[in-house]
Design a protein around this ligand. Structure first.
Ligand SMILES: *[C@@H]1O[C@H](CO)[C@@H](O)[C@H](O)[C@H]1NC(C)=O
Ligand SMILES: *[C@@H]1O[C@H](CO)[C@@H](O)[C@H](O)[C@H]1NC(C)=O
Length: 130
């Protein structure tokens, strides 16, 4: 009797502890893909230093901005690397919105119209495709 109760509780408790440990130990990055595309915008979260060097990000022009909300139209494909801050991007035509922020490498396609809302003071490098 005692034995089967023990076995039963072990049968529940052990898998439970293991699954909790598993959830806890899983790095956050695996839950969220490192690179993804939303509304045709490509987002690469926290690219490594070699990727940034390969692109020459630090040689790109810099742009800084405080909180603001403006309509924006991408006349050319633009790749940007956000060093600091947070921006809410709303795609024209009620398509939807998403946020980008520090550590993100983002590519906006040519011809896209958005509302660009800086939520936290922004520092970025950008490169326009010729
Ligand atoms: C850096 O990231 C790129 C992909 O973005 C990957 O191909 C490369 O192996 C990474 N390099 C290092 C040193 O982790
Ligand atoms: C974006 O806005 C411009 C005018 O500023 C317009 O000519 C163009 O068709 C718009 N593009 C899209 C995809 O709606």
């Amino acid at each position: 009797m005692k034995f089967s109760v023990l076995r039963l509780s072990l049968g529940i408790v052990v898998p439970l502890v293991f699954s909790l440990l598993f959830v806890k130990l899983m790095p956050k990055e695996t839950a969220m893909p490192k690179t993804y595309e939303i509304f045709g915008v490509k987002i690469h979260k926290n690219p490594n230093q070699s990727k940034l060097t390969e692109l020459g990000v630090t040689t790109w022009p810099k742009h800084e901005s405080g909180p603001t909300k403006i309509p924006w139209s991408f006349k050319a494909e633009e790749t940007m690397y956000l060093v600091e801050g947070k921006v809410k991007v709303t795609v024209e035509g009620s398509v939807g919105s998403f946020e980008i922020g520090a550590g993100d490498l983002v590519v906006f396609p040519k011809g896209m119209n958005i509302t660009w809302e800086v939520i936290e003071a922004l520092k970025k490098h950008y490169s326009l495709k010729k």
